[in-house]
Write a protein that binds this ligand. Sequence first.
Ligand code: GDP
Length: 139
Amino acid sequence: MANNLTFTMIKPDAVEAGNIGAITKMIEEAGFTIRAMKLTRLSKERAGQFYAVHKERPFYNDLCNYMSSGAIVPMILVKENAVEDFRKLIGATNPKEAAEGTIRKLFAKSIEANAIHGSDSDENAVIEGSFFFSETEKF
Ligand code: GDP
């Protein structure tokens, strides 16, 4: 399954703006199959665990506050070359730098409230997926 699975979550700004449907439509039209999905929330502590890799960065506390400020939609997605293709679909971290037609270009509000997450490696896709869904490797 390595290379075929990625993890994403629609972030609080995009859920609040009513863009779950528009974003999942783009994901499916790009050829990804949604294998697991739920509407949930992160406590600040759980957000801190998810983004622990960034704990030395100056924006870490703001990021944890933001990610625990509202509902999120984590998903497991399957497609050939999933991680790389999904990063292309979402675009650059900063929506000002994101390519036209990408999810972040269309829906993100700022470099922090940037609508959607996408795993950056096959290994992290499984780690991050397992954070929300049991038996992620079997998807
Ligand atoms: P990603 O892989 O494109 O999501 O980017 P990173 O892993 O570098 O950062 C994780 C998340 O932290 C981003 O998606 C943003 O929500 C947030 N973030 C990244 N850089 C900044 C920044 O410079 N300022 C703030 N406030 N948030 C940031």
